[in-house]
Design a protein around this ligand. Structure first.
Ligand SMILES: Cc1cc2nc3c(=O)[nH]c(=O)nc-3n(C[C@H](O)[C@H](O)[C@H](O)COP(=O)(O)OP(=O)(O)OC[C@H]3O[C@@H](n4cnc5c(N)ncnc54)[C@H](O)[C@@H]3O)c2cc1C
Length: 318
């Protein structure tokens, strides 16, 4: 039976949904699943970590409060060795992308990022991985014994009421990594919803023209408590911050609902949002490529459509 170690994604003390998604997939593959959680004051997360896992490796220490790649990788390696993991899965986060290659190097394992599916065939691990901004899909057969994988956001569905066993194993706290000491992490001071966490994401494109257009679309995002994203055109135009850019060179999002407002649908933008469960596009050009991936399309001027959407949503919400 394959053994899969899932790295818990914990942000400011909160366990992110990607952890349950990865544990659900591990169960679907019929694997034995364990989870490793790293942080400070995280013991209270144990019952949730036990949903879908049979062992919880926990490194809980004040020195681990701020993410630092060296000590985090050391904890994951220790857990992987103790569990004798065949696969080590990270969710799609800055932390995962930073730590995964270190862990792979230390375990002499293969490393694959942006994975959208994993299967086990004849004792071998097979992976699916979109590449070149989604233009091709790679099918990879892993020949090494151990695989470290970073899974794309939204690739796997969480199963409700996952069974598991609470069996906590405390990990030794690694010595401080003297090559890099993180003193402080400054989060986005805007207080806006993080695109990676948002259930709804509304993105604005060049069709919004200027700051007034951006503000109009932002009002809709605020009304729906949605994350507010952007195409690169609006970032390059100075209307939106780079951390709001969705796409190949921005964030990859997979919300329940993605609304593209005045975005043409260039391949580099699509690379960041086609994993969304439902896509709504508003564009005045009926030939815009965004309509090829949209579940719902409104051909129209966003300056007319957005106020109507706002009004209708207000009515529905009473
Ligand atoms: C290496 C590389 C990496 C890139 N990475 C990214 C990336 O990560 N993310 C990204 O987004 N782009 C990225 N790009 C840029 C990408 O190629 C496109 O240029 C960009 O996505 C276009 O943004 P846009 O759709 O907002 O603008 P445009 O392509 O100019 O489209 C604007 C759209 O708005 C519509 N429109 C105009 N007025 C209105 C109106 N009043 N109401 C409704 N619709 C209207 C138009 O019909 C048009 O379809 C990258 C490019 C390169 C070369």
């Amino acid at each position: 039976m394959a053994k899969i170690l899932v790295i818990a994604d914990i942000k400011e003390g909160v366990l992110k949904g990607s952890t349950a998604e990865l544990l659900s997939k591990a169960k679907t593959l019929g694997a034995q699943a364990a989870v490793v959680a790293i942080g400070s004051n995280i013991q209270s997360l144990t019952p949730d970590l036990a949903k879908g896992s049979d062992t919880q490796y926990i490194a809980d220490d004040p020195s681990l409060e701020l993410f630092s790649a060296g000590p985090f990788a050391a904890c994951v390696v220790e857990a992987a060795k103790a569990f004798e993991a065949d696969m080590i899965w990270f969710g799609f986060s800055e932390t995962g992308k930073t730590v995964a290659p270190r862990v792979a190097a230390q375990l002499n394992a293969a490393c694959a990022t942006e994975i959208t599916d994993v299967t086990l065939e004849g004792g071998k691990i097979h992976l699916i991985r979109p590449a070149i901004a989604g233009k091709v899909v790679q099918r990879i057969r892993v020949n090494s014994q151990t695989l470290v994988a970073v899974v794309r956001a939204g690739a796997f569905e969480a199963t409700p009421d996952l069974a598991g066993t609470q069996n906590v194993v405390a990990l030794a706290v690694p010595a401080t990594d003297l090559r890099a000491v993180i003193r402080e992490i400054l989060s986005d001071a805007s207080g806006e919803i993080d695109l990676a966490d948002a259930d709804i994401v509304i993105s604005v494109g060049r069709g919004a023209k200027d700051q007034a257009g951006v503000d109009l679309v932002k009002e809709l995002a605020t009304d729906l408590a949605a994350g507010f994203g952007s195409s690169r055109a609006m970032v390059d135009g100075g209307f939106m911050a780079h951390n709001k850019q969705v796409g190949q060179t921005g964030k990859i999002v997979a919300p329940s609902l993605y609304m593209a407002m005045g975005i043409s649908g260039a391949i580099q933008h699509l690379a960041g949002m086609t994993g969304s469960k439902t896509i709504l596009a508003v564009n005045k050009d009926p030939e815009a490529p965004i309509f090829n991936v949209a579940d719902y399309g409104i051909v129209g001027d966003l300056f007319e459509v957005v106020p109507i959407l706002k009004e209708e949503i207000k009515k529905i919400r009473g």
